[in-house]
Design a protein around this ligand. Structure first.
Ligand code: PLP
Length: 417
């Protein structure tokens, strides 16, 4: 089966209204009826808190919640559902793992290696922990301003490196990093690898086992699922070994009071990392989103993302030639679903406002990566078009035509910035 976006669009109520060219999928995707209905059904039919009640409704909610762990585990090729921890989003997952690793393993002088293309949610937890724990944070730069500099990465990893934290797919450059290669080099140095998969898991088949990563994070809302549900994958032995950075209700097997002091024993993973009332409806909605994506086939999703991004790069360069700068790799095999660009020195927010006036939704600014934009020579940020399963060739045409019109208007009346 190949992916037919026109057929899929019928499942998305927000797109059915017409008039919307939605190209802000890297920020969040739209939701199909199947996901909206699964969430509504949970609240209508099964709403109860999990793990705490003996009553039937609580048991039903608990089993739906556990099933959602299983669905996610199968989707990312985890060995066991206990390796799947539900969080609020990628940001929370990456902060939790950074704190847990720091508490257990990191000492002053240890080194953490990361990259200049990280989203703030991937790099700032390590910036903070490095300051608190007096670690050395090494930031690997780009090669040819478009991809990770693997040679620099190799030399940055030393016997002092305890963690390599990096993104799988850049949310600005769209490049796909070679995680297997990074894992190989990191494991030779005895370092853990933490992957921000917010832009990869939604767009391509990802197997955590095949990649060999220690921890990996992503968000449900970027893959047709609800907002407020994310995933931290944590390899089983590490999940057993690491302490939970978020103590509270539901994550303990025993709390004892002795001699006026309280101590506690953590429950088994994943519960020890999921303190408090979880987002059960979100987990159920994410499982429905995964079922939906699996019906399309992740290979087809990947192919479609690459096709539209590649088409956009080519059409933009043909239509706007030297009036446009496109960031990231030009080869189709190296880019997934994201095209960031700047038009002829026009402020990116003005470009996005103009596109909005034509019914085209894109993102403008730094995309939570101001540090990357400063090395790209784009101090005002960039415009980003990002694609998903319901986007069509027509969406690309509308984007390119609107940008060509903008340049013509600028030529006739002068730069509005
Ligand atoms: C690469 C990357 N990492 C992390 C995040 C943060 O995701 P969330 O806001 O869902 O926590 C994003 C979101 O834009 C992203 O693109």
């Amino acid at each position: 089966m190949t992916l037919n976006p026109d057929e899929l669009r019928k499942d998305f109520p927000i797109l059915e209204k017409g008039g919307l060219v939605y190209l802000d999928n890297a920020a969040t995707t739209q939701k199909p009826r199947q996901v909206i209905d699964a969430v509504a059904e949970f609240y209508r039919e099964f709403n109860a808190n999990v793990h705490r009640g003996l009553h039937r409704l609580s048991q039903k909610a608990s089993s739906l919640y556990e099933d959602a762990h299983e669905t996610v585990a199968r989707f990312i090729g985890a060995s066991d559902w206990r390796e799947v921890i539900f969080t609020k989003n990628t940001t929370e997952a990456l902060n939790m793992i950074a704190q847990a690793i720091a508490e257990k393993f990191l000492r002053p002088g240890d080194e953490v290696v990361t990259t200049i293309m990280e989203h703030n949610s991937s790099i700032l937890p390590w910036v903070r922990i490095s300051r608190l724990r007096r670690l050395k944070l090494k930031i690997v730069s780009l090669a040819n301003s478009e991809e990770l500099n693997y040679e620099e990465l190799s030399s940055a990893i030393t016997s002092r490196t305890k963690v390599v934290a990096l993104t799988h797919v850049s949310n600005v450059l769209g490049c796909v990093n070679d995680i297997k290669r990074v894992v190989k080099e990191a494991s030779q140095a005895g370092a853990l690898v933490v992957v921000d998969a917010a832009q990869s898991v939604p767009h391509m088949p990802v197997s955590v086992k095949e990649l060999g990563v220690d921890a990996l994070a992503f968000s449900g809302h970027k893959m047709l699922g609800p907002m407020g549900i994310g995933v931290l994958y944590l390899r089983e032995d590490l999940a057993n070994e690491l302490p939970s950075p978020l103590p509270g209700g539901g994550m303990v097997s025993e709390v004892s009071l002795y001699d006026g002091k309280i101590s506690y024993v953590e429950a088994e993973p994943p519960w020890k990392f999921e303190a408090g009332t979880p987002n059960v409806a979100g987990a159920v909605g994410l499982a429905a989103a995964i079922d939906y994506l699996l019906k399309i086939g992740m290979e087809n999703v990947e192919e479609h993302s690459r096709y539209l991004a590649d088409l956009t790069v080519k059409r933009l360069r043909e239509a706007l030639d030297n009036r446009i700068v496109v960031y990231g790799p030009m080869k189709r095999s190296r880019r997934l679903g994201i095209v960031a660009f700047n038009v002829d020195g026009i402020n990116p927010h003005l470009v996005a406002s103009y596109l909005d006036s034509r019914g085209i939704a894109v993102r403008s600014g730094y995309h939570c990566a101001q540090h990357l934009h400063s090395v790209l020579g784009a101090p005002e940020g960039s415009v980003r078009a990002s694609f998903y399963v319901y986007n069509t060739r027509r969406d690309v045409d509308k984007l390119v035509n609107a940008l060509a019109d903008l340049v013509n208007e600028v030529d006739s009346v002068g730069n509005p910035s």
